[in-house]
Design a protein around this ligand. Structure first.
Ligand SMILES: Cc1cc2nc3c(=O)[nH]c(=O)nc-3n(C[C@H](O)[C@H](O)[C@H](O)COP(=O)(O)OP(=O)(O)OC[C@H]3O[C@@H](n4cnc5c(N)ncnc54)[C@H](O)[C@@H]3O)c2cc1C
Ligand code: SF4
Length: 316
């Protein structure tokens, strides 16, 4: 691991300022992703801004009837919260499908959204990877690509976003609240928060240099059945090959987001509108422009079958 300096942030604004003044600085929250990447010298911050002392660990009702989740709320606490379990069951289920109990005890809401891809070439510093080293090439294209993305891909990167929680957040239309270096705040719909790889796969979100996440806000509850189904190679402690997060109403309408298939949580409004017609219709729209590799084309069928199982479960 490279040497780094360290400070504890005194406020979100101070954290944003400190990071904006030093492009090689990084925030550290639970550290469950960042420290692994630092040990492998994939992330090489020269300065760490520890945000764990900030009072951003509350889950509060909003005046609109939704929920504001502090950036530092641990995944375990969020999954166990009574209001989340009752009104946003999809979020609780998605969280519990991820990582392990120990990791969830440390992992934070903001850190989870910003965790980096699990593409094996990204972790192997002996291999070209445009995300790790822009312009070096993509080893997954033409290489081992079973886990990789099938939609929204580019010629530069076919990595997936690994978060389970983010799939639920996408289906629930969450909003990411931030503070910038100049102290101004902004609210970013989760649909716009993560980027597709394009020519710059190293840029994964719309956050600006130093911009700090303070909370994630959920709109008022939408009712319906909340289901998260994750298909993976092992029954636990594995990332999704494909996951489906859905809220399905009694008349069959609803909303659906898919994980394991793209560089960001994948949702297509027109697919929501087709949910009542069944999995084939909705999955056909979700993956209409799929560009799978020979090794991961099974994901196209797997999305349809997983969505079919979710719809069947919702219908009882
Ligand atoms: C073995 C293993 C298995 C796992 N399995 C799963 C799984 O199945 N599903 C799943 O979804 N996840 C899984 N994870 C990932 C885990 O959920 C993430 O590592 C975790 O959520 C990251 O949160 P953190 O607080 O530890 O982030 P950190 O590691 O502290 O930070 C991650 C990134 O977020 C940035 N950051 C943190 N807080 C803020 C903020 N407030 N504003 C701006 N930037 C910020 C940091 O600078 C860093 O770049 C697994 C992890 C491990 C190690
Ligand atoms: S898929 Fe993306 S992360 Fe993986 S090797 Fe290619 S450029 Fe790197």
């Amino acid at each position: 691991m490279k040497a780094f300096t360290y400070e504890r942030a005194s406020s979100p604004e101070a954290a944003a300022r400190a990071a904006a003044n030093n492009p090689e600085a990084k925030f550290i929250a639970g550290g469950t992703n960042l420290l692994d990447l630092m040990k492998l010298e994939i992330e090489k911050p020269t300065h760490l801004i520890d945000v764990n002392g900030l009072e951003l660990d509350k889950i509060e009702k909003t005046t609109e009837g939704g929920l504001r989740i502090g950036a530092l709320v641990r995944n375990t606490d969020l999954a166990a919260d009574q209001v989340v379990r009752r009104d946003y069951g999809l979020l609780s289920r998605a969280l519990l499908a991820g990582a392990s109990g120990q990791l969830r005890n440390k992992a934070t809401t903001a850190g989870n959204l910003l965790q980096r891809t699990r593409c094996p070439y990204f972790y192997d510093t002996a291999q070209p990877c445009n995300k790790r080293q822009p312009g070096s090439g993509c080893s997954a294209i033409g290489g081992f690509s079973r886990q990789h993305a099938v939609v929204g891909v580019s010629d530069g990167c076919i990595a997936t976003h690994p978060s389970d929680m983010a799939i639920a957040m996408r289906a629930l239309d969450a909003i990411v609240e931030t503070v910038k270096r100049d102290g101004t705040h902004r609210s970013i719909p989760i649909a716009d928060f993560h980027r597709l790889p394009g020519d710059t796969p190293q840029i994964e979100t719309v956050l600006e240099q130093g911009e700090f996440i303070t909370a994630v806000v959920l709109p008022p509850p939408v009712g319906g059945k909340h289901i998260y189904r994750k298909v993976r190679d092992r029954a636990s402690y594995a990332f999704a090959l494909v996951s489906v997060g859905a809220v399905i109403q009694s008349d069959g309408t609803g909303r659906v987001a898919v994980g394991g298939v793209a560089h960001k949580p994948w949702r297509v409004d027109a697919a929501d509108a087709e949910l009542g017609k069944g999995a084939r219709a909705a999955a056909g729209i979700l993956l209409a422009n799929a560009r799978p590799t020979e090794q991961n084309k099974f994901k196209v069928d797997l999305v349809e079958r997983t969505l079919g199982a979710v719809i069947a479960e919702a219908r009882g």
